[in-house]
Design a protein. Structure first.
Length: 270
């Protein structure tokens, strides 16, 4: 018989995440939503408790937790605020392609520091004309010597204005469609190259307490995510990332619906 019961460690992890959401996130969620202030200190406290970067492998200093563990954390954090939860989860969005397709040197350079000090990362796919339709992106990469020069623009990049590094998806061979896509690990660009987008909304409270940015990448020169591979493997790392992280997004939305239902019942019973 298959046992779906949580282990003692998983129960403790879920309790830790819920306590954090209840004490640290929920009381401050409205402030961050109304002001648009990035919840840096909340994220820092979450990092100190081990609630961020949970999928980083043990070989690179992380706990190496699985998808279920990540979903449990995302569910409880979303109980406090989906927007702040998104800011926390953005690290995982960027780390996933590096974990899946990065070289050992890149993993040591970009993943290992995430577990030693508080840092933020961002995943850059969305463009003015392309979002979930990844094949519609226009950003391209041209090889020059040992590096590639990126040309294009990304927008609505979660944590884009505060990230220490980025994973940028671009075409190295547009004629090959997704097989011609590659990913690049990009250290933080000068602050003048990112522009924050107003992200608060009175109509949809507690959803946008994060940082979204326009990120021009034209003229920037960087290394391929994995120098030993010209393009994404099949399925491409971007699709793996979406398949992996969409679980967390769905969990967060279900949690918000659960919270809304609970509050509605409380109002009707009072």
């Amino acid at each position: 018989m298959v046992d779906f019961a949580l282990t003692e460690e998983q129960q403790q992890l879920r309790a830790l995440a819920h306590e954090f959401a209840e004490k640290e996130i929920a009381p401050k969620a409205a402030h961050h939503d109304q002001t648009g202030e990035f919840p840096r200190e909340i994220c820092r406290k979450a990092w100190e408790l081990g609630l961020m970067n949970t999928h980083v492998p043990e070989a690179y200093g992380g706990p190496g937790l699985g998808v279920l563990d990540g979903c449990m954390i995302a569910e409880e954090i979303a109980w406090g605020c989906t927007g702040i939860g998104t800011a926390m989860e953005a690290n995982t969005l960027a780390e996933a392609p590096v974990i899946v397709g990065g070289s050992d040197e890149q993993k040591r350079r970009f993943l290992a520091p995430m577990t030693k000090e508080f840092r933020l990362a961002a995943y850059c796919v969305t463009e003015p004309q392309a979002g979930s339709d990844v094949q519609g992106i226009k950003t391209v990469a041209r090889k020059e010597g040992d590096d590639y020069v990126l040309k294009g623009s990304k927008m609505w990049i979660t944590n884009g204005s505060v990230a220490d590094w980025y994973v940028v998806v671009a075409y190295t061979d547009p004629s090959q469609r997704y097989k011609g896509m590659s990913a690049f690990v990009v250290p933080r660009v000068p602050s003048s190259m990112t522009r924050s987008i107003a992200a608060s909304s009175g109509e949809t409270p507690r959803i946008f307490a994060t940082s979204a940015s326009v990120l021009p990448v034209s003229g920037l020169s960087f290394s391929l995510l994995n120098p030993t591979s010209k393009t994404f493997s099949e399925p491409p790392a971007s699709i793996i990332r979406f398949s992996h992280e969409s679980l967390g997004v769905r969990i967060s939305l279900i949690t918000r619906a659960r919270v809304a239902g609970s509050r509605s019942r409380l109002r009707h019973s009072s």
